[in-house]
Design a protein around this ligand. Structure first.
Ligand SMILES: [Fe+2]
Length: 345
């Protein structure tokens, strides 16, 4: 294949839907001139068919069309899992705000009125494509993170649902102390993946029923560093890699792997460290039976200023005391919903 042909096959594909031939030709010339590949159709039924057959990257859709108008086409495409995320820009000669509302309600991503300014139309196309790309990347990253969290829970059966419970607690505590949406998202990811480094720890150590000897502890203490390294290739890991690395640091500097203390420990790592300890205390482990929530809170209070950030302990206690019970695995659903909300913010 020649280079120009390769370039052409990689170009973004735009499906143009317009009943007026002059308009189709004009848009075709404009888009091809900007390096896009185009397909042209003239009615609503053909638009639905072409969208599912050709899977374009974006659709420019006239509202006034024979055989299904633009609103109907939008609704039909949004109801089909194959085209639910297809970016759609509606193009209309009608200018009423009712049409704009109806178009957006039908699922269009943007709206352009005729006669359109060509530079503005191209800018809108670039903007909608950019947003679609970011959304797809976020969805992909969330899938990878969920898969990694499942991997660590499969490796260490004693922590089943632990990561999801932790993410629920960490999200509530982070919201309580006023973290912004980007920080909250990092805390949720960090909580879900804090122990991903255990993938690199020998089963004989992870599953040992008795206490670990010094050499085994030395290996176990590598898991935050291994976890940070595992997540490094993820672009968004720069937001939560340090949460993974530092979730076993102590407020008094006696933790690992770096022995940093106080506010030098990232806030997300302090949050995850605290809720991790609480969750471990309130669930059975091979080396220790579960304690009651009250007993675990007493321990947190005793360790405030030593293992834990005292301000965080003060914020966390009322969250547990005020809740009807310790959240169980069903907390995973609100966590994913929170993640979706935080992703849009
Ligand atoms: Fe850990």
């Amino acid at each position: 294949m020649e280079l120009t042909a390769i370039h052409q096959s990689l170009a973004t594909r735009v499906l143009v839907v317009a009943d007026d031939q002059d308009n189709r030709v004009l848009l075709d010339r404009l888009l091809q001139g900007a390096g896009y590949r185009t397909s042209l159709v003239a009615d609503g039924a053909a638009a639905v068919q072409a969208a599912t057959d050709e899977m374009p990257d974006l659709m420019l859709l006239d509202v006034g069309l024979p055989r299904r108008n633009g609103f109907e086409v939008c609704r039909r495409l949004r109801a089909d899992p194959r085209t639910v995320a297809l970016p759609i820009i509606l193009v209309t000669g009608r200018g009423s705000s009712q049409d704009v509302v109806a178009g957006l309600d039908a699922g269009a991503d943007d709206f352009v009125r005729k006669p359109y300014d060509q530079a503005e139309l191209m800018a809108r196309i670039r903007s909608v494509l950019r947003l679609a790309r970011v959304t797809a990347e976020m969805a992909g990253a969330q899938g990878v993170i969920a898969a990694l969290a499942n991997a660590v829970e499969a490796k260490d059966a004693t922590t089943e649902h632990h990561c999801q419970r932790l993410a629920g607690f960490a999200h509530r505590l982070g919201a309580e102390i006023g973290l912004d949406p980007a920080q909250l998202r990092a805390v949720i990811y960090g909580a879900m993946l804090h122990d991903v480094g255990k993938i690199g720890i020998a089963d004989a150590i992870l599953r040992k029923p008795g206490p670990l000897d010094a050499a085994e502890w030395a290996q176990m203490r590598q898991h935050p560093v291994i976890g940070e390294r595992i997540c490094e290739p993820l672009a968004i890991a720069e937001r939560f890699g340090l949460i993974i690395r530092h979730h076993h640091e102590r407020w008094d500097g006696g933790g690992y792997p770096d022995g940093i203390r106080g506010e030098a420990i990232p806030i997300g790592a302090r949050i995850v460290g605290l809720v991790d300890a609480f969750d471990a205390m309130t669930h059975d482990r091979p080396y220790q039976a579960a304690r009651t929530a009250d007993a675990a809170l007493d321990e947190l209070r005793r360790e405030a200023g030593r293992q834990f950030d005292p301000a965080l302990v003060s914020a966390f206690v009322p969250l547990v005391v005020g809740s009807p019970g310790i959240p169980e695995p069903s907390v995973a659903v609100p966590v994913m919903a929170a993640l979706a909300t935080a992703s849009r913010a």
